[in-house]
Design a binder for this molecule. Structure first.
Ligand SMILES: [Fe+2]
Length: 213
């Protein structure tokens, strides 16, 4: 991930605001990246400006160590460092046109563990729909084993020592302008723009991390 240390800057999207049309509209992408993500970045920089002892920690280190920080900082670091990490991860995981189906190692593993891509997509959709309020659905690697999990607010799988492969932002700001309250329609549209190359790269990195331990 680029720009992983203080001061954090809002690196541009790897595609245009309208690149994901007609599945996610340009205005949603603009607001999501330039307003919502920007706010998390600004808040995180503000916290770190006031706490220089934390400035040499990477974004991931801030998240993983949040529970060891002074109580007064834990929630704000979790929310804002998590907000930066989760959004960057989400935006990097999208592409249009997409290959539509996974390939490579991740495809083999999904078929092994979920029996078919269709079953996996069904289970992922169910998980994303089950998030009450704001949060994310994730495909993660738990020491090589694939799992579908959900996180609330801006919590991340990193805190649970899980390695993220794919995520879906189901905060209403991610879809309300186009899909209104129809989260299921948004999820269906998201299926068309999953960057499976990126998921494959993430899964291979997860496996590499295990072999390096
Ligand atoms: Fe979001």
């Amino acid at each position: 991930m680029q720009n992983n240390y203080y001061p954090f800057v809002n690196t541009p999207l790897p595609y245009g605001y309208d690149a994901l049309e007609p599945y996610i509209d340009a205005k949603t992408m603009y607001l999501h990246h330039d307003r919502h993500l920007q706010t998390y970045i600004d808040n995180l920089n503000e916290i770190l400006k006031e706490n220089p002892q934390l400035q040499n920690l990477s974004l991931e280190q801030l998240i993983v160590n949040a529970s060891r920080l002074p109580k007064s900082l834990q929630t704000s670091i979790r929310n804002n460092a998590g907000g930066v990490y989760n959004h960057r991860f989400f935006f990097e995981g999208l592409i249009n046109p997409s290959d539509k189906i996974p390939h490579g190692k991740i495809s083999e593993e999904i078929e092994k563990q979920f029996h078919s891509i269709e079953t996996f997509m069904g289970e992922f959709t169910k998980a994303a729909l089950s998030v009450f309020g704001s949060g994310y659905a994730w495909l993660v690697s738990d020491k090589g084993i694939l799992k579908i999990i959900t996180t609330r607010n801006q919590n991340t799988p990193l805190e649970q020592r899980l390695c993220p492969i794919l995520n879906l932002d189901v905060w209403e700001h991610a879809y309300y302008l186009k899909h209104y309250n129809m989260r299921a329609d948004y999820i269906k549209d998201w299926h068309h723009i999953i960057n499976w190359d990126n998921a494959e790269k993430n899964y291979r990195n997860c496996l590499k991390e295990i072999s390096m331990r």
